[in-house]
Design a protein around this ligand. Structure first.
Ligand SMILES: C[S@@+](CC[C@H](N)C(=O)[O-])C[C@H]1O[C@@H](n2cnc3c(N)ncnc32)[C@H](O)[C@@H]1O
Length: 239
């Protein structure tokens, strides 16, 4: 496992562990981010196109972000059937209340997106990018399915440097880990895996470079909360 790739056995185990977090996902997420996660989700929504846009969320998980996306056509993709099953009733009941169209839920991976070229007006990925087993390939696929000029928005906890990584490890391993153990009620709780992906995830600059290498333009990153949330944005070139 490094800041670009996760081996296939590790990735399979990661997915199983992520699935085990479904019942407590939102609770622990709020704790781990000191209640900031909802604000970061709003920041991503504000950066996405609205008004008749077709948006893809890659790695929708249990629907924590998707449930509050309104006024656009939304497609939610995740490799985990269990995640999609958790997300579907939650997201669609909220959308129905608001009069939004039903979301299309698709099983798939960032690295092999099952969509035509130039399909979306925007894509987003929240706390999922660090789980992609081949981040460069996934970004390439995102670029392919975006329409010319359309935007990608990603949020995940990048580090500033190695020292920052060590501090983050303590935070995740002991503070968040202890809370997760209490909430999950088991010693070998699944949150442990999130520490692994957190530790191997790269710096804000690593992924700015990767997005530029893959072919995005106007790439920008904002460190919203050091070690907890960086928001990256980029556009597919017009031609
Ligand atoms: C921590 S959850 C994030 C859920 C949600 N996006 C949110 O805002 O909280 C990460 C999700 O990414 C998905 N994921 C992991 N690897 C992926 C990949 N290669 N392509 C797409 N999604 C992936 C996982 O199945 C999981 O549901």
């Amino acid at each position: 496992m490094d800041h670009e790739t996760i081996g296939s056995e590790d990735w399979d185990e990661l997915i199983l562990n992520l699935e085990a977090t479904i019942p407590v996902y939102d609770r622990i997420n709020r704790f781990a981010t000191i209640g900031q996660v909802d604000k970061w989700r709003r920041m991503v929504r504000a950066r996405l196109p609205s008004e008749d846009a077709k948006i893809l969320e890659v790695g929708c998980g249990p629907g924590s972000f998707a449930e509050d996306v309104s006024g656009v056509d939304l497609v939610c993709l995740d490799p985990s059937v269990l995640m999609l099953e958790a997300a579907k009733p939650r997201v669609n009941s909220k959308r129905q209340e608001r009069g939004d169209s039903e979301v299309e839920f698709v099983q798939g991976k960032a690295e092999e997106l099952p969509f035509e070229d130039n399909s979306f007006d925007g894509t987003c990925s929240l706390f999922s990018f660090r789980d992609w087993y081949d981040k460069r390939a996934g970004l390439g696929e995102v670029l392919r399915v975006l329409k010319p000029g359309a935007k990608v928005v990603i949020v995940d906890p990048a580090k500033m440097n190695r020292i920052h990584g060590v501090l983050g490890w303590f935070w995740m391993r002991f503070w968040v880990g202890a809370y997760a153990r209490i909430i999950c009620g088991v010693k070998d709780h699944p949150w442990k895996w999130l520490t692994k992906t957190y530790v191997t995830f790269g710096t804000t600059r690593d992924y700015v470079r990767m997005m530029e290498d893959v072919g995005f333009e106007n790439v920008a990153a904002k460190v919203v909360f050091p070690g907890m949330a960086t928001i990256w944005e980029g556009r597919k070139p017009e031609s």
